[in-house]
Design a protein around this ligand. Structure first.
Ligand SMILES: [Mg+2]
Length: 283
């Protein structure tokens, strides 16, 4: 028998991993940017893979740290590329932030938010009052119209004691001609000015959205995979949620995370098409 580092109830970590890897895949949770598409172009193979799973009745859902579109808008973007999707299959940080607020702050709480229209609308629809002063909560989301006045508003609210919530930790986001700064850069600026304001980050690597997606699929954890292109967010979040994880090696560089190894690394979603079992083909 191979020497192993860890034994859990007599079953080695390697044996556990091997037995999980042999289980069929019956449900798929996928990242969007870098897996389904990059900017406005589908990643090669993604349309064919998702269409194949759709036609065979394999359940799938999408999780994204992006807060610039509503679930319905993401579904429309996917459908426009030929990937069948409904709003119910998309889990993004807009709904994650709204749920967190509803769990911890009463309706009507004043919120200072930086973000684009879908995020701001969702906060208002969830019952929160968007304000420039006296905010109890600061929400930081992606905003292509970020400016000094918005940054000042967030920092002044944080200085006055507001809780800071960030939609996601990503510092860069891939676009067609390179990378754009993302929410992590804004969060770092606020934290630099107000070190006492430890931001709550709701997107991946927090497993919250993946847990919601898993509930939607209704598949078992050991038969569900999280597919992503980033170890620090997708793979860590998938493992925290107890899922099997697959890294797609795309042209978007990823940072290795000590001790975090995906079950499999693929170069195209087409590598997975044949290993995914149909629900009706249960052993
Ligand atoms: Mg990605």
């Amino acid at each position: 028998m191979m020497a192993t580092r860890t034994d859990i109830n007599g079953i080695s970590e390697l044996q556990q991993r091997a037995s999980r890897a042999n289980r069929p895949i019956r449900g798929i949770i996928s990242d969007l940017d870098g897996v389904a598409y990059r900017d406005d172009d589908p990643i090669p193979g993604s349309v064919q893979a998702f269409r194949g799973w759709h036609e065979r009745g394999v359940p799938y859902a999408f999780v994204t740290n992006n807060s610039t579109k509503s679930a319905a808008q993401f579904a429309a973007k996917l459908n426009g590329m030929g990937i069948p999707a409904t709003a119910a299959q998309v889990f993004n940080t807009i709904s994650a932030v709204s749920i967190l607020l509803q769990q911890r702050w009463r309706p009507g709480t004043p919120v200072f938010a930086i973000g684009e229209q879908p995020l701001l609308e969702a906060l208002e629809e969830s019952g929160y009052r968007l304000t420039g002063t006296d905010a109890e909560v600061v929400v930081l989301g992606f905003d292509a119209g970020l400016n000094y006045a918005k940054l000042r508003g967030a920092i002044r609210a944080a200085l006055a004691g507001a809780t800071v919530i960030a939609t996601n930790p990503d510092v860069l986001t891939p676009v067609h001609d390179g990378y754009d700064p993302c929410v992590g850069v804004l969060t770092a600026a606020v934290a630099a000015a107000v070190p006492s304001a430890t931001p709550i980050v709701v997107g991946k690597p927090h497993p919250f959205m993946i847990e919601q997606a898993l509930k939607h699929l209704g598949t078992r954890k050991e038969e569900t995979v999280m597919i992503g292109d980033q170890i620090a967010t997708d793979i860590v979040a998938g493992q925290r949620a107890g899922l099997r994880t697959i890294l797609i090696a795309s042209d978007v560089p990823f940072n290795a995370v000590t001790g975090v190894v995906p079950e499999r690394i693929i170069t195209s979603l087409l590598d997975l098409v044949d290993v995914v079992s149909e629900e009706t083909g249960a052993a």
